[in-house]
Design a protein around this ligand. Structure first.
Ligand code: CA
Length: 219
């Protein structure tokens, strides 16, 4: 899952980016409102964490422009303590949730998981496919109740495919869900992860559509 983080405070931004990566998200971090608007127009993210006090263009303005374009991407806004008006204004401008600074990283990750679940129209926290069950909170995968060991990137590929059942994910969509901008994938890495997943879950789980991408067909 690919998160766009927009926070101008270098220390806080670094802490949030690091914490979210440790929670298994691919994170792209920007520090001002104008680059955020540009990135939102040119790239696809699963969710945005948006600070409201930003240079060049306020977070509220970024949010208004996103919603004015009809983009329904989930947005969680970060507000300063004592700024109750910001919470109300943010929600009324189209934010889906808010957190007050200082942010607890575990709470942030849990709220992000809840927003992603809701955006996908799911109430059930686990992702299931046949005998496979993936738990996004614990980042665990089981087959028939038995745990399966996965690398962080194998997990990210499997999560992206299971979260989009029946949808064909292009190579670049899958790469974006496992790498942020500052981590360049090596050229055959995705194929290697897919190969390992097939070895662990059976050759039939992930279908290749040559020249198009990969999919896990609906069970
Ligand atoms: Ca700020």
């Amino acid at each position: 899952m690919r998160i766009l983080l927009i926070e101008d405070d270098p220390v806080l931004g670094d802490g949030l980016a690091t914490g979210l990566r440790q929670s298994g998200f691919a994170v792209d971090w920007l520090k001002d409102g104008e680059s955020a608007v540009a990135a939102m127009q040119s790239e696809k993210f699963d969710l945005t964490v948006l600070d409201l006090g930003l240079p060049r263009l306020s977070g509220m303005e970024v949010l208004k422009r996103l919603r004015a374009r009809g983009d329904a991407m989930p947005v969680l806004v970060l507000t300063a303590r004592d700024a109750i008006r910001d919470k109300i204004a943010g929600l009324d401008c189209g934010a889906d949730d808010y957190l007050v600074k200082p942010v607890d990283l575990e709470e942030l990750a849990a709220r992000i998981r809840a927003l992603l679940r809701r955006a996908a129209g799911r109430a059930e926290p686990m992702l299931r496919h046949g005998a496979i069950a993936l738990d996004p909170a614990g980042r665990r995968v089981e087959v028939d109740g038995r745990p399966v060991e996965l690398s962080a990137r194998e997990y990210a590929v499997l999560h992206a495919l299971l979260a989009n059942p029946g949808r064909v994910m292009s190579r670049s969509q899958l790469e974006q869900s496992i790498y942020g901008w500052n981590e360049e994938p090596d050229s055959n890495a995705l194929e290697v992860h897919i190969h390992h997943l097939r070895r662990k879950f059976g050759a039939d789980l992930i279908k290749t559509l040559r020249g198009v991408g990969y999919t896990i067909p609906k069970a």
